[in-house]
Design a protein around this ligand. Structure first.
Ligand SMILES: *Cc1c(COP(=O)(O)O)cnc(C)c1O
Length: 345
């Protein structure tokens, strides 16, 4: 299996749109820019943004230890994941494998791209069933989504299981590490160069506190990144996003402080949840949220709403019967949650 042979035929030979800013790159030079039909009057945003987001990638490269030519940025992870579908999945022909309960966007994007979804539920410890996955794959299985730490179950997948899947799955393995900064586990980024079929996605939406700017990150081989680069919309990451992302990536002390606070508060929340009578189980968390099993999720969800607290009801997800998901909030928000839960006992 080569990664190139997994690409859709129409993608193999595609040429990218060449924008004005691609053809003359040095925007810092003292030149007259009349190549892109922009309005010449200066504001922060009268010029098209850098289509390659050079400065953001350079900083991310330093932080993550991955070369810039192995990084692609998108309008949130959602766009990055969509690009991966468009590169590899022939509509109405190919399939992808997901492991429910997991992040809902994989199946939304599969539907949008007319890819069949093969679902292999996690086992009762919320770990992948490796043998079943490898047995069910066929020559049309292009993508396998591993979300680790997983949303909504909050646990990480065992490294040995993930490694077997990357080694033996005959398509692309996408590891979604949206919550990696809250985890004690090592990122798969350190193993990227061992596996040509591995894609790791991360985001600035969670630990970095920038859900509003929409910046998703894709790490893969130089080859995969070059393909995704050709099919992305030229200006997919806007100027405001690039500026704000760079600002935050230059302020890592603050990010780390916030993550540490969230982790400390997660621990406090665990202790408090233990004392709530109608919570039957509090699952371990490697993320910034906690999954709990209650007596009646639909009823508790409504009761919490009536007390002004919005949680995520996951009761209709496989293996999540009567489960609610709580994001770790500020100290004040966590106290409000605990107070409300106590009042409901
Ligand atoms: C929140 C989340 C994301 C982030 O998506 P963005 O589009 O980058 O905001 C990605 N994957 C999972 C599993 C998530 O829970």
């Amino acid at each position: 299996m080569t990664v190139e042979s997994l690409l859709r035929d129409n993608i193999k030979g595609i040429t990218a749109y060449s924008s004005a800013r691609d053809e003359y790159k040095d925007a810092s030079a003292d030149m007259v820019f009349i190549d892109a039909n922009e309005n010449p009057f200066e504001s922060e945003v009268n010029r098209y943004p850098d289509p390659q987001q050079t400065l953001v990638k350079k900083r991310l490269s330093e932080i993550k230890g991955v070369p810039e030519n192995q990084i692609l940025l998108g309008n949130g992870s959602d766009e990055v994941l969509d690009l991966i579908f468009r590169a590899f999945c022939e509509p109405n022909k190919d399939n992808v494998i997901t492991l429910p309960p997991t992040y809902g966007m994989y199946s939304v994007l599969a539907d949008l791209n007319a890819a069949e979804i093969i679902k292999v539920e996690l086992n009762s410890n919320f770990q992948p069933k490796v043998n079943e996955i490898l047995k069910i794959q066929n020559n049309k299985s292009k993508l396998l989504f591993l979300c680790s730490p997983n949303n909504p179950t909050a646990n990480s997948f065992d490294a040995s299981l993930v490694e077997q899947l990357i080694a033996k799955f005959r398509g692309i393995v996408v590891i979604d590490e949206a919550y990696i900064d809250f985890s004690t586990r090592q990122s798969w980024l350190s193993r990227l160069n061992e596996f040509p079929n591995l894609i790791v996605t991360q985001t600035l939406s969670k630990a970095y506190g920038l859900a509003g700017i929409r910046l998703g990150i894709c790490f893969a081989s130089e080859f995969i990144i070059s393909v995704l680069n050709k099919i992305k919309p030229p200006y997919n990451v806007n100027q405001l996003t690039q500026t704000k992302a760079l600002e935050r990536l230059n302020d890592l002390t603050n990010v780390k402080d916030e993550v540490n606070t969230i982790l400390k508060d997660r621990k406090k929340l665990f202790e408090a949840l233990d004392d709530i009578g109608f919570i039957d189980e509090v699952y371990k968390s490697d993320a910034n949220f906690i999954l709990v099993r209650v007596d009646d999720a639909n009823m508790r969800y409504k009761e919490l709403i009536s007390k002004g607290i919005v949680v995520r009801n996951r009761t209709n997800q496989p293996l999540c019967h009567n489960c609610l998901r709580f994001t770790v909030g500020t100290n004040t928000e966590n106290k409000a949650l605990i107070k409300a839960l106590k009042e409901l006992q």
